[in-house]
Design a protein around this ligand. Sequence first.
Ligand SMILES: C[S@@+](CC[C@H](N)C(=O)[O-])C[C@H]1O[C@@H](n2cnc3c(N)ncnc32)[C@H](O)[C@@H]1O
Length: 343
Amino acid sequence: VITDLPQAPVLTPTEINRLGTAFCTAKILMSALELGLFTELANGPMTETELQQVVGLNPRGMRDFLSVLVLLGLITTDGERYGNSSSAALYLDRGKAEYAGGFLERANHMMYPAWASLTAGLRTGAPQLVGREDQEAAFAGMMANPSHLRRFLGMMDALNGPLGAELAAKFDWSGYHTVVDAGGARGNFVAQLLRAHPHLAGTVFDLPPMAEPFAEHMAEFGRRATFTGGDFFADPMPSGDVLVLGHVLHDWAPHQRAELVDRACQAVNPGGALVVYDQMVDDQTPDIWNNVISLNMQLLTPSGSEYPVADCEAWMHAAGIDNVTAISLGEHDTAVIGRKPQR
Ligand SMILES: C[S@@+](CC[C@H](N)C(=O)[O-])C[C@H]1O[C@@H](n2cnc3c(N)ncnc32)[C@H](O)[C@@H]1O
């Protein structure tokens, strides 16, 4: 009998049930976002009847739905009318630049249905995207569908914006002039770097359909920001002093991650740097959210997952990168940074 394993505090049955039904409150928030409730309330407080008409809801579940949102601190009420809480007014109104609901909008659309099949995913190791057998066709379909692409880009921006601002401050950019973001989507990460460092020019390398969203999103930077369309498994990446691979490797199988790091290294100018960031998993500093996101990658992609920091360091060393160090970025990400020797 094993008696010496470490123990966690005893949870009460109520706490266990609350843990197991947290998906209900999560879905209430995601549905409120999907319905545009907070965006409508940004126009001013409304009564239940007004909200019902504006948002298009059936009266049956309305009161309970609103009551939960009040108790979660997302909306407020004086007993007559409902309005946004300060958090919702700041972050959940689609009309604001600070809008942070992009991740949850896509989570509602993709993650929530996939997680309903977690048990099957755990048994089979197969992705569980509902109704989408062919993952590549699903991705191509998403890229070709403007509203799906907008939701995808909103999610990326919500995640990578704060990370870009932090790397702009934490990394010494003074000796570098060009930065390439491979798999950089519409450029939101690079935008943070260019904003903070006027001497930098940035290039995003991504699939060709990203050209238009990039042009729109990066117009303020003029010629300082350029886009190169291509496939990072088939085409050479554009060269630059610093090359970034962010939230890219977790989409692919381990041998493909090593290949991408090698291809990225080839594009780094001698003396330049390679930066890889992801929500890497680390037994030394466990992070429940990173394991959750790793499972999420397993449910949404054929062979993706998060990976240990040590694996990333090994891919970099194998590609000829040295002086490899790891720093934390945001709440959950790790950036592994290395230098390409001068010669
Ligand atoms: C998960 S997103 C990461 C976006 C951004 N770097 C970030 O940190 O939010 C992965 C990006 O890789 C791009 N991508 C996927 N397959 C690609 C390929 N074969 N060649 C180039 N880019 C690709 C996608 O279009 C997408 O923008």
